[in-house]
Design a binder for this molecule. Structure first.
Ligand code: GLU
Length: 414
């Protein structure tokens, strides 16, 4: 298995070799500012269990650290470290005044009921408390975490700080909360909506008609589902889907709403009444127009890339393609819309949520959606133009834009 941190390093090296960017800045960005590991006990069924939580604060030249917290048994310092770096570039690409962070808990969420998860989450918040804050580091949901977890964290944070009077400030410590708890409209669908709108922008540039085109998606969680929801409004056809339980292939197309119902009830897509089960290898071999990895990192390696047959890959997940695979895909002329560009819609609405909480105002759904859609389109256009001007990939162009923005803030310090 490749080390994910080397993948980020290689991406930065490649992109920064195409522009003149301050060498000291690259050195600084190579290491995170803080790597925090927290071990804390929780009493479960009269027995103490020790959990390990992580928070990596990569960089804050642009503003407070910002990024999600994931619950997964693969969570490690290396993983969180790479993901925190990507957050720094993701915020910069959308011109959001935040830096990058990421965290998580090493846990098998399926082993615990809701009450236990709440207890674990509250203890985790106590451990995180000294390191976070509305102008310091603002966590959000990520893999296996959601608005309920953010609400528990916000509530625990308020209890610890004992300061309910300045509610608007306390609510701005976490984003991705539920609407009743100070959350924002559009936040839940934001990442998937952003992925789909980015595909539309790409298609417009290429005069590529999305109607009737076939796509496959790996991952059918919050991001995957909302991506499909918007793609279906463009007339696109989902022919295969995978999640942690299995991969399903249905050449005639899948009804995403029925599939979502099934997966809500059964907690996976397994045993859905349509589609044939296939292996992960065969899933990625399917001839289709667009592939959307929307699960975890390092899913497409050299061997898988050799068999891929599509026009476009869109990284809804962070880091799904390793560096060897990328070279193969580029040689096949397959375009890749990189993670930091494709999935930055989530943190964009997190920023809107934070602004609303800070000023104690609430924007309407329409206002947010219009603002969001315009920004996603503008961001794609500026990165696309940069890639044409520099004759480079969208990934290189995304890093070039972000590094240039961060450099502007860094230069005033030296
Ligand atoms: N976890 C999401 C991401 O990786 C959102 C982060 C946020 O909203 O701060 O982009």
């Amino acid at each position: 298995m490749k080390n994910i941190i080397n993948i980020v390093d290689n991406q930065i090296k490649k992109a920064s070799s195409k522009i003149r960017v301050n060498e000291n800045l690259i050195k600084i960005l190579n290491k995170p500012i803080n790597e925090i590991k927290m071990n804390f006990p929780v009493l479960i069924n009269d027995k103490v269990e020790i959990f390990s939580g992580y928070r990596v604060q990569h960089n804050n030249f642009m503003g407070p650290f910002k990024g999600g917290l994931r619950y997964h048994n693969h969570v490690s310092m290396d993983e969180v470290n790479a993901l925190a770096q990507w957050m720094t570039y993701k915020c910069a690409i959308q011109d959001i005044p935040f830096g990058g962070a990421k965290g998580g808990l090493s846990i098998d969420v399926n082993k615990y009921n809701d009450k236990e998860l709440q207890k674990i989450t509250r203890q985790f918040t106590k451990s995180l408390y000294p390191y976070i804050g509305s102008n310091k580091d603002i966590p959000a949901p990520d893999v296996n975490t959601n608005s309920q977890i953010m609400d528990w964290m916000t509530d625990e944070y308020n209890i610890i700080s004992g300061n309910h009077n300045s509610t608007c400030n306390m609510k701005s410590v976490f984003t991705g909360k539920s609407i009743n708890f100070g959350g924002s409209y559009v936040r839940q669908e934001a990442t998937g909506r952003g992925v789909a709108l980015t595909i539309k922008e790409w298609a417009d540039k290429k005069d590529y008609n999305l109607r009737g085109k076939n796509y496959i998606i790996q991952g059918f969680g919050n991001v995957g589902y909302h991506t499909c929801e918007v793609l279906s409004t463009f007339g696109m056809n989902l022919i295969a889907v995978g999640d942690h339980s299995c991969y399903l292939y249905a050449p005639e197309g899948l009804n995403i709403f029925n599939l979502k119902n099934h997966s809500n009830i059964n907690k996976s897509i397994k045993n859905y009444e349509f589609g044939n089960e296939i292996t992960k290898e065969d899933f990625f071999k399917l001839k289709c127009d667009i592939i959307i990895p929307s699960a975890l990192e390092l899913q497409i390696n050299k061997k898988i890339a050799e068999n891929i047959d599509c026009t476009l890959i869109v990284e809804a997940a962070n880091g799904p393609i390793d560096d060897e695979a990328e070279v193969i895909l580029e040689n096949k002329n397959i375009t890749i819309i990189p993670d930091i560009l494709a999935n930055s819609g989530g943190v964009l609405v997190s920023y809107y949520e934070w602004l609303q909480n800070k000023s104690d105002e609430y924007w309407s759904e329409k206002e947010i959606r219009d603002k969001f859609d315009d920004k996603i389109a503008d961001t794609f256009k500026k990165i696309y133009s940069l890639s044409i001007r520099n004759n480079c990939s969208l990934r290189d162009a995304s890093y070039i834009y972000s590094l240039t923005q961060i450099e502007k803030n860094y230069m005033c310090r030296i």
